[in-house]
Ligand binder design. Structure first.
Ligand SMILES: NC(=O)c1ccc[n+]([C@@H]2O[C@H](COP(=O)([O-])OP(=O)(O)OC[C@H]3O[C@@H](n4cnc5c(N)ncnc54)[C@H](O)[C@@H]3O)[C@@H](O)[C@H]2O)c1
Ligand SMILES: [Zn+2]
Ligand SMILES: [Zn+2]
Length: 350
């Protein structure tokens, strides 16, 4: 099959003859990939910020059709159209049972493996086919009414944004700030509208992304340098989402959080230290929340909000490149990492 392969920082290779994945456990399924997204999380290993093992197929946002199932897969069937969350979950362990599905005892992230441990790596979806462990618990049917780009966002960025906003504890009538307007931050702007916060203030250095935030309902979109002058943010906002992952973005998120407020850090953390000190957090009575989103636990809330009309799909605005061929993958990663104007999310069509 065709696949992309991560060989190390800034080295993505197109492999036209990668071996097809095979069922390894009776609870596995094989998914024929129709769409595979490129997430900001892939930039951490790509830019060398996070160690990862080479030789792995990247990609953890997938929509496709089940092509094969193991003998113990009971609920999912060959031919089902499914979305694949970015990590697997067994559905039975204590963590899965309390909704911490992204921290399943037996779970793994697609498209990623710790360095030096190829056996622990789980190939991702930027390929023709993908092996999915714990298929019954991990895979979700794509609703028949849903378009491909929205389904792709439901495999990661939309539930992630839903959790990010909920963890920020938005207060009715008060501002909610989103720092960083990649696909996650833009989804957070759309979600903030659905979760009935007050004014939504979106911050990013890239002007094209600020315009997209306004299209998704942000009341105000600011460059980082202008945020501190903004009267609406004088005294700070009680609810802030940090979706940039940069030290400067972290610092800004802290600066604009009001005393007693909550800073919801949804960006993946790759640094030893955070951009504010425990003393500063103490002095502001700050609540800070971190962590990987539990896509499986949160997805039902997103689907309900999409169907009852509270949430308008941000797919038109966020998924800017929808038909990228795998052979163009190496260039696509470089363009995404460079934040090329007009490019937010790439969807590969294997
Ligand atoms: N917690 C989870 O489960 C989860 C899931 C998906 C993604 N993520 C993480 O969320 C983060 C965002 O993902 P993405 O796909 O949107 O990434 P992205 O790289 O496309 O977007 C990051 C954005 O932050 C902006 N930015 C950089 N410096 C800034 C600053 N000083 N102030 C304001 N904005 C700044 C960039 O211009 C960019 O638009 C990444 O760290 C990603 O790994 C976490
Ligand atoms: Zn992701
Ligand atoms: Zn589990």
């Amino acid at each position: 099959m065709q696949a992309l392969v991560f060989d190390g920082p800034r080295r993505i290779r197109f492999d036209p003859e990668r071996a097809d994945p095979e069922l390894r456990a009776p609870t596995d399924a094989i998914v024929d990939v129709e769409v595979a997204g490129l997430c900001g999380s892939a930039l951490h290993p790509y830019l060398g910020r996070e160690p990862a093992s080479g030789g792995v197929v990247p990609g953890h946002e997938v929509v496709g059709r089940i092509g094969a199932v193991g003998t113990e897969v009971a609920e999912r069937r060959i031919g089902d159209r499914v979305l694949v969350p970015f990590s697997t979950s067994c559905g039975r362990c204590a963590r899965c049972e309390v909704g911490l599905t992204a921290r399943c005892d037996r779970g793994a992230l697609f498209g990623f493996g710790p360095p030096g441990d190829p056996a622990a790596a789980l190939d991702g979806g930027q390929a023709h086919r993908l092996r999915v462990p714990w298929a019954d618990a991990t895979l979700r049917l794509v609703p028949t009414w849903m378009d491909d780009a929205t389904a792709l966002l439901c495999s990661d960025n939309l539930p992630t944004a839903w959790e990010a906003v909920a963890r920020a504890d938005p207060r009715p009538g008060h501002a909610l700030v989103v720092v960083g307007l990649g696909a996650v931050g833009l989804c957070a702007v759309a979600v903030a509208r659905a979760q009935a916060a007050g004014p939504v203030v979106a911050i990013d250095p890239v002007s094209d992304r600020r315009e997209r935030a306004v299209a998704l309902g942000a009341d105000l979109a600011l460059a980082p340098a202008d945020a501190l002058e903004e009267p609406l943010l004088a005294g700070g906002a009680p609810a802030v989402v940090e979706a940039s992952g940069s030290a400067a973005g972290q610092r800004l998120a802290f600066t604009v959080t009001a005393p007693g407020g909550t800073c919801s850090v949804i960006a993946v953390q790759t640094d030893e230290r955070f951009a504010f000190s425990p003393a500063e957090a103490y002095d502001r009575n700050l609540t800070v929340r971190f962590g990987r989103a539990n896509v499986l636990a949160t997805l039902p809330l997103v689907l309900t909000a999409l169907t009852d009309g509270r949430l308008h799909s941000p797919a038109e605005v966020c998924v800017t490149h929808r038909e990228v061929a795998l052979r163009d993958g190496p260039g696509a990663y470089a363009r995404f990492a460079a934040r090329e104007p007009g490019l937010v999310k790439i969807a590969f069509r294997p």
